[in-house]
Design a protein around this ligand. Structure first.
Ligand code: MOS
Length: 768
């Protein structure tokens, strides 16, 4: 036998594989350090003092006793706090979560507003001293609920550039001529994000350089806002956020506690740690505002929608504006010639609302998808069938084709997996012993956002590869999927790639919100890694000392850190050998994806190349509509005497383009559905109508689902690449999981009981 070397197998792609989280071991060992866990020598602790009225003025704030308490280093109030800059800019140009700058005046606009900071040697000392600060107020009557402020309602203009008041066709005429009509009001309460990890900041000054370890969804945004409000250059501020224990939107904006931590640290000349207590998570980093949604659907007898009118009234703070854009999805979900979407806002005395878990889509699809179910019953048409009848083949607002859409497949595959065809549509027709069983469904949808992003790939002379980008892993799996992409692009096993993220000094990446991180950052990581690989191959080809000297590019393959000839695998060398022979300690490439910049640049020492990937995709961006879709199916078991609802089975069939890792993507949908079940059945923050104070402000009263609340959740992905969003073909997975869930559950409850509950959460009292 001669020594025949078999040709290398086409290297197996690791992208798509359900590999374990690369940071999983760190997490289970407690070695993944979250913001509040970063060790700092000589650290001091800050505790916030918050108002206990919802509107009025601070008459007196007596800090003398607190100042004398053991361990206290300083007490800040509006009387001695430094001036901080207020910005009128937008979210993207550096606006904090709330415009109101704390500790600048004696005015109080909501319960829980920051009115002081105590800094002490220990957390316990700071907390104790905070209790010794005596505040007296001049109290005014607050506006607490939407209904109280309706006469002052106004129409906000846009939601981050998207029109909020939209009309097409003639809605009034279509509704007047309707063969069948549904006209109902749906309401949702205040909800809070409640990530496991509370918001936390550790601020460390070194001369005029500030480092903040922060629980944030956007290191770059946080850097810009901290710099602006403190009035220092951006290059003097560094934000680090290697691990985040869930954000769900409440860590998207930068909130004032982070800035106050920096102020406190500068004041006492020591590192300062400030962690929001669970109760403060209910007042100091946003919430989902309550909504009142009026929906009118008109249709022909055979189920064709002739008009949709969706009017949302929600609330914002007296001190800032945020809109829950419930109707934006309604514009595009179904094909209807006549449409009217309106949004109204009422100012109330609460903290400023913010993005929360599919802002707009989550409550919006509850209303729209409940109404569709009501229409299906009115018409006697199967709810899945009704949605297929009204399927939007193109974006109904712009007429643009979808970049890729597999919603019909989601309905079909989801229905099959669920066993939908066995459903008897009559309410109350399905029982198991005493319990009523109900099956309901709804459509899921979320936009396919993508923003400019960049990444750097570095190969070191010892063969190690480090890839970095200033993006985030909120528990979503970013570390893992980016490692997989780099491994494939570089022909290396995942173990040899180190992916780094979460530092403002790293290549720019967008906010980890809007479910856009995978879609935005993946092409940059892929671009940087591929360019690094091809530069390395060129080094070998051009080097007469290389066994690959003058080989053809196409004849070359890479695997396991080695470059070799495809049909003569023994002829080749390792990446490390190439660099070492060329006396290159490092080969480095930075890629910018989806940017207007057109020129690739190369710097003088030839070590850093910035390439622009995704240039052509910009034209795709104009041509297509990018949106993810899915179908949610729920089975509920309702106790007829207790009104208790258990969601026993759930099927979620989702199209988000290509799946980079089936395990982490599935976890995203499991989390999203779990949010949706919480929204459907439990989550609600209540304010006292007289005082405007929060009645619900801890996890004993604010119920989020626990394991015992969750039945079987079956996740199915279509897993077909979106050919227009990027070469990777991936849209985001994060938020779509929650959309449609509350409606699917409410529809199932109707099917079980014949009771249509239009007010979330569906607690037992509403079913009795
Ligand atoms: Mo998400 S609510 O856009 O963080």
């Amino acid at each position: 036998m001669t020594g025949v070397i078999s040709p290398p197998k086409e290297t197996e792609q690791v992208v798509g594989k359900p590999i374990n989280r690369v940071d999983g071991r760190l997490k289970v060992m407690g070695a993944a350090h979250y913001a509040a866990e970063i060790e700092q020598e000589n650290i001091a602790h800050a505790v916030l003092i918050q108002s206990t009225i919802a509107k009025g003025r601070i008459k007196d704030i007596d800090t003398s006793e607190a100042e004398k308490a053991p361990g206290v280093l300083a007490v800040l109030t509006h009387r001695n706090a430094p001036k901080l800059n207020q910005t009128e800019g937008s979210f993207f140009s550096g606006k904090p979560g709330e415009k109101l700058v704390p500790l600048q005046s004696d005015e109080v606009f909501y319960d829980g507003q920051h009115i002081g900071v105590v800094i002490a040697e220990t957390f316990e000392q700071a907390k104790h001293a905070a209790s010794l600060v005596h505040v007296s107020y001049e109290e005014e009557k607050p506006t607490v609920e939407i209904e109280q402020g309706l006469s002052q309602a106004y129409q906000p203009k846009d939601f981050f550039g998207q029109e909020l008041q939209v009309q097409r066709g003639d809605v009034a005429k279509a509704i007047a001529q309707a063969e069948v009509k549904i006209e109902q009001t749906y309401t949702t309460p205040i909800e809070h994000h409640n990530p496991m990890e509370p918001s936390a900041s550790i601020a460390v000054w070194n001369e005029n350089q500030l480092t903040v370890y922060d629980a944030t969804q956007w290191v770059i945004g946080t850097r810009n806002i901290v710099a602006y409000t403190l009035g220092i250059p951006e290059e003097n501020v560094r934000i680090i956020s290697h691990f985040v224990g869930g954000g769900f939107g409440c860590k998207g904006y930068t909130w004032w506690h982070t800035i106050l931590a920096a102020v406190a640290a500068r004041l006492v000349g020591r590192p300062v740690k400030l962690v929001l207590m669970r109760q403060q998570m209910f007042t100091s980093c946003g919430h989902r505002p309550p909504t009142i949604q009026q929906l009118t659907l008109s249709a022909t007898r055979d189920g064709k929608l002739t008009a949709i009118r969706h009017t949302t009234t929600s609330q914002t703070a007296e001190v800032d504006e945020f809109v829950e854009p419930c109707g934006l999805t309604t514009r595009i979900l179904y094909a209807t010639p006549n449409l009217e979407v309106a949004h109204n806002l009422v100012r109330v005395n609460t903290g400023t609302p913010t993005f929360m878990r599919a802002p707009g889509e989550a409550p919006g699809t509850f209303a729209l998808e409940s109404a569709l179910d009501e229409l299906a019953y009115e018409l006697g048409i199967d709810p899945v069938e009704l949605r297929i009848i009204n399927h939007a083949d193109v974006n109904p607002e712009t007429g643009k084709p979808w970049s890729s859409k597999y919603l019909k497949e989601c309905y079909q595959i989801g229905a099959e997996r669920f066993g939908w065809s066995r459903r008897n549509p009559t309410p109350g027709s399905m029982r198991d012993g005493d319990c009523l069983i109900g099956w309901g469904m709804a459509t899921a949808t979320y936009p396919g956002y993508r923003s400019p992003a960049s990444a750097k790939a570095q190969l070191f002379a010892d063969g190690r590869v480090v890839v970095s980008s200033g993006t985030h892993d909120l528990g979503t799996g970013t570390y893992t999927i980016m490692t997989q992409i780099a491994a494939d692009a570089l022909g290396l096993p995942v173990e040899q790639i180190e992916f780094k993220l979460g530092e403002s000094s790293m290549p720019l990446a967008p906010l980890a919100g809007g479910s856009q991180s995978a879609a935005s950052v993946a092409p940059a990581v892929q671009g940087a890694a591929e360019e690094l690989r091809s530069r390395m191959i060129r080094l070998a080809i051009d080097d007469e000392l290389s066994p690959l000297y003058r080989a053809a590019q196409e004849a070359i393959s890479t695997e396991n850190g080695r470059v070799f000839l495809k049909n003569e695998p023994s002829r080749g060398e390792t990446y490390a050998e190439i660099l070492q022979r060329n006396n290159l300690p490092i080969l480095e490439v930075e890629a910018i994806a989806n940017t207007a910049a057109s020129e690739s640049q190369q710097n003088s020492d030839n070590k850093v190349v910035r390439i622009c990937v995704g240039k052509n995709e910009n034209s795709d961006w104009q041509q297509y509509a990018f949106q993810s879709f899915g179908a949610q199916f729920a089975e509920v078991r309702v106790h007829p005497h207790l009104g208790q609802v258990h969601v026993t089975r759930f099927v979620s069939a989702i199209d988000v383009g290509r799946i980079l890792n089936h395990k982490t993507a599935r976890s995203q949908i499991l989390g999203g559905v779990t949010f949706g079940l919480g929204m459907a059945l439990m989550e609600e923050t209540v304010l006292d109508q007289q005082s405007g104070r929060l009645v619900v402000r801890n996890l004993a009263d604010y119920h989020v689902p626990v394991h015992a609340d969750i039945g079987d959740i079956d996740v199915i992905f279509i897993d077909k690449p979106d050919p227009h969003i990027s070469k990777m073909g991936v849209r985001g997975v994060g938020e779509i999981g929650i959309t449609g869930v509350a409606a699917a559950v409410a529809n199932a409850i109707y099917h079980a009981t014949g009771k249509r509950i239009r007010d979330l959460p569906i607690t037992p009292d509403k079913l009795l």
